[in-house]
Design a protein around this ligand. Structure first.
Ligand SMILES: NC(=O)c1ccc[n+]([C@@H]2O[C@H](COP(=O)([O-])OP(=O)(O)OC[C@H]3O[C@@H](n4cnc5c(N)ncnc54)[C@H](O)[C@@H]3O)[C@@H](O)[C@H]2O)c1
Length: 344
């Protein structure tokens, strides 16, 4: 069987999920490790077997012309030159979210990839959860009617100093929005099959926050299908026990997801209690990342349509940036106004 030869760049928390998923995928083979930290490369050599190591994706791409893909699981800072180096060589890219820390920079990257006709997929693994697919199915079947409004709550005390978590969000601007809410906003678009129109938002930082910039986000979105979604997210909840609830109110009932990886329920309008929906077993951070990788391999090797494209991602990034602007300027922000003309 022909295998996709892949460079794995960024060997931190997320890179290690990727290493495990790539190891289990018979259609892929990791051929190089990239990380400026020698200890990170050494850990992978010991865990998954020796591979050539490089400090930067650019060096790896120059040294290894015979590769079929690159996974970028490094922080979303300074990725433009890396994307340029891959696109010039027509190496398909699977890049972790958020693609960049501004819509303008992300749009430049998308432009570079498209100019070189090179696939650029973004790591939106939550789209590949069974709970996400089941919610889409419930809405497609019209089991509870048409969705009209929703409340999305994500409350977590994220100890940014924990050794098993990345550190750069402690100092970055709007960490909750760019690093976490991006997944939630993308899920809204994906599950409702609608595009965001405008948002009113306020972001702030609790007095006890360990993050330099805002860990709290409140936002009210309007979507193209008329839906209103009320969002509240925090990385600095006052309680160590996390809380997740995504409730969608429809013309004949509700859909309620009580855990970010599962716990799906529904009720028709007159029902006295929620009914749990059966979901297949799930291995945290692995099963859904496997789904994402399979979609990438299918696009690259079997020429299936590219999912989670960079171009599509611009809409979700625009929701993030619109929230930051809305909060800073105390006004409603149209999502279209954030997208560069070439992409709107
Ligand atoms: N999709 C998800 O569920 C998910 C989960 C966690 C993180 N992420 C994303 O993955 C990315 C990395 O996050 P993380 O938590 O692994 O961060 P991390 O800080 O734990 O690891 C980042 C690694 O990248 C390395 N690095 C820095 N510059 C590099 C470069 N130029 N080339 C190659 N490697 C470089 C660092 O040395 C470090 O080992 C971010 O975009 C983050 O948002 C996604």
């Amino acid at each position: 069987m022909e295998r996709l030869r892949v460079i794995l760049a960024g060997l931190g928390v997320r890179g290690r999920h990727w290493a495990e998923v790539l190891r289990r995928t018979s259609r892929c083979e990791v051929v190089a490790y990239v990380d400026p930290n020698p200890a990170a490369r050494q850990r992978l050599n010991e865990q998954l077997g020796e591979r050539p190591g490089f400090n930067t994706p650019e060096e790896a791409l120059a040294a290894m012309p015979d590769v079929g893909g690159i996974v970028l699981a490094n922080p979303p800072i300074g990725r433009k030159a890396q994307i340029e180096a891959a696109a010039e060589r027509h190496i398909p890219m699977l890049v972790e979210k958020p693609l960049a820390l501004s819509v303008a920079e992300a749009a430049e990257m998308v432009h570079i990839a498209e100019r070189h006709q090179t696939p650029l997929m973004v790591g939106l693994n939550f789209r590949y959860l069974a709970v996400t697919k089941a919610t889409r199915q419930l809405l497609a079947d019209s089991t509870v009617g048409q969705p009209e409004f929703a409340r999305f709550t994500y409350e977590r005390y994220r100890d940014g100093n924990r050794p098993d978590l990345n550190k750069y969000p402690l100092q970055m601007d709007q960490p909750m929005l760019w690093e976490q809410s991006i997944h939630h906003f993308d899920l809204m678009r994906y599950v409702y099959g609608a595009e965001p129109v405008e948002v009113q938002s306020r972001t702030w930082n609790p007095s006890w926050s360990m993050y330099e910039s805002d860990a709290n986000v409140a936002a009210l979105f309007t979507f193209s299908n008329g839906m209103t979604v009320n969002y509240q997210g925090t990385w600095q909840s006052g309680w160590s026990v996390p809380n997740f609830e995504w409730r969608t109110d429809c013309t004949n009932g509700v859909i309620v997801q009580k855990d970010q990886f599962g716990a799906l329920h529904m009720a028709t309008q007159p029902a006295a209690a929620l009914t749990p929906i059966d979901l297949p077993p799930h291995e945290l951070w692995i099963t859904e990342t496997q789904g994402l990788l399979d979609a990438f391999v299918n696009a690259v090797m079997d020429h299936k349509p590219l999912e989670c494209s960079g171009r599509d991602h611009l809409q979700s990034l625009a929701m993030v940036e619109a929230c930051a602007i809305s909060s800073r300027e105390s006004r409603t922000v149209s999502i279209d106004s954030i997208i560069p003309p070439l992409f709107s």
